[in-house]
Write a protein that binds this ligand. Structure first.
Ligand code: CMC
Length: 431
């Protein structure tokens, strides 16, 4: 925990209260209000946590004004260009970039946990075939606590480590099997001679009748998508994982809670919603109509893949994603992709409109990711599961950090109660 360097003073009802202020290594100062209720008898009010730090952390830092994202200090664009997903997983989990032997050991630990308990197949088979893959993932990941009892004791560091590796290793298998089940094809088992991204692509696209040749360029693009989504500090799903875990719940239950939260269209579900929106727009001449709808306060429509709670500048992940979309479509020989064309013109039209610039609404990570995933052959329903599998390492790293924090206590927000005051029960015949 940081040391307080200065205080703020709160004047209330003629009394003054000192509130310690902590200075982070980078970013705005943080006011400590933990003793406020005990000392001054008031709560703070902050729906949506727009000004509230719920924890301290050393994992990820975002400068929303600059459009900067750092993992353990390393900028995301450097990691996306020079590193790869499992190395970034190691960095997020353990705090430093691995040496060659540390990376080899980590990759081998992950690779050796990619298979699912065979009985889990039957669990998958309990779902309707038309279930959304995210619905299957929420259920199956939660059910891991019923299949892996030996890594649910959160007080045991070894079990926490095994649970972390299991989650990172098995999530591609779970996501791929959710897809296979959804499409009615047989499950494809992981292959340990393939790298993380190639193995996932093969489990999704291989069928018994025909072996799937993994295109290394697509595998690299897939790996980059995983890397760009790996962590994003205290976003809604990560905070959900932390809150669920604050009660002492087991890691699989907590990550299932994170997956459930991620599914919403304001969060991870935006990638599916964005591609559906781009398809609905269909051609550049309809862009003005959709821009007008997004600006209309009486229309619930929003430009999906646009805007962010923290970024008030370009989302640095969107920049890499846009470049990657161009590269992937080029490599696949897709010329004049109409969806990419609509996306680029929509971005340009929005950024030329004062509504978006004044509100600092820029493309986020979800704006271009769907175009790449679609070009790779994924249906829109798989976009959010791919986000979930990529974000698993972020959730797990934040969960591990929280469990190891001596200040960890159950999360329990307070409220501004505006309901009825005490009143007597009225018998039904008198109402
Ligand atoms: N289109 C049109 N107007 C928007 C949009 C948008 N995409 N986003 C925000 N606004 C407006 C909003 O109407 C509000 O206007 P006013 O001040 O006049 O009421 C203002 O901008 C601020 O919006 P907010 O909803 O108060 O901002 P927030 O920080 O609570 O919401 C957000 C952030 C990401 C939920 C929101 O921008 C949004 O709904 N975007 C579309 C969904 C999306 O792309 N989500 C993915 C986020 S990045 C990936 C991830 O982390 O999951």
């Amino acid at each position: 925990m940081a040391e307080s360097t200065k205080n703020a003073t709160l004047q209330l009802d003629g009394k003054s209260f000192d509130l310690p202020i902590y200075s982070p290594t980078v970013g705005p100062d943080v006011l400590d209000i933990r003793k406020l209720y005990a000392d001054a008898g008031v709560f703070t009010y902050d729906p949506g946590f727009t000004s509230t730090a719920a924890c301290d952390s050393t994992i990820t830092f975002i400068d929303g004004d600059k459009g900067e994202l750092l993992h353990r200090g390393y900028p995301i664009d450097q990691l996306a260009e020079k590193s790869h997903y499992l190395e970034v997983c190691y960095l997020l989990l353990y705090g430093e970039l691995p040496s060659a032997s540390e990376l080899e050991d980590f990759e081998s630990r992950v690779t050796n946990h990619t298979m699912l308990h065979e009985q889990m197949q039957y669990f998958f088979r309990g779902f309707r075939r038309d279930a959304h893959p995210m619905a299957i993932m929420v259920g199956v990941v939660g059910a891991m606590s019923a299949f892996y009892h030996d890594s649910t004791d959160i007080t045991d560091p070894w079990q926490r480590e095994v649970a972390s590796i299991r989650l990172i290793a098995k999530m591609p298998t779970i996501a791929a099997w959710a897809y296979k089940y959804h499409t009615g094809q047989p499950f494809v088992y992981p292959r340990n001679d393939l790298d993380y991204a190639s193995n996932f692509l093969r489990m999704c696209f291989s069928v018994p009748a025909e072996e799937y040749e993994v295109n290394p360029i697509l595998a690299r693009a897939m790996d980059r998508i995983f890397t760009l989504h790996a962590d994003h500090e205290q976003n809604a799903s990560t905070s959900t994982v932390r809150l669920a875990s604050s009660s002492g719940a087991n890691p699989f239950a907590c990550i299932a809670a994170g997956i459930a939260c991620l599914w919403g269209p304001a969060h991870g579900g935006a990638n599916q919603a964005c591609l559906e929106m781009l398809r609905e727009i269909g051609s550049p001449n309809r862009i003005p109509e959709f821009i007008e709808r997004a600006k209309d306060k009486n229309d619930p429509f929003r430009l999906m893949g646009f805007g962010h709670r923290v970024y008030k500048n370009f989302d640095p992940r969107a920049k890499v994603m846009k470049q990657s979309a161009d590269e992937v479509l080029d490599l696949l020989g897709v010329e004049n992709n109409p969806t990419l064309q609509v996306a680029k013109e929509l971005e340009a039209a929005a950024l030329a409109d004062p509504y978006f610039t004044e509100k600092k609404l820029f493309p986020n990570v979800d704006f271009y990711s769907g175009i790449i995933l679609e070009a790779m052959g994924f249906p829109t329903s798989m976009f959010t599961p791919i986000f979930a599998l990529s974000r698993t390492v972020g959730w797990v790293s934040q969960w591990k950090e929280m469990i190891g924090d001596p200040q960890n206590k159950i999360g329990r927000p307070r409220q501004l109660y505006l309901g009825e005051t005490l009143r007597d029960y009225v018998d039904i015949e008198k109402r």
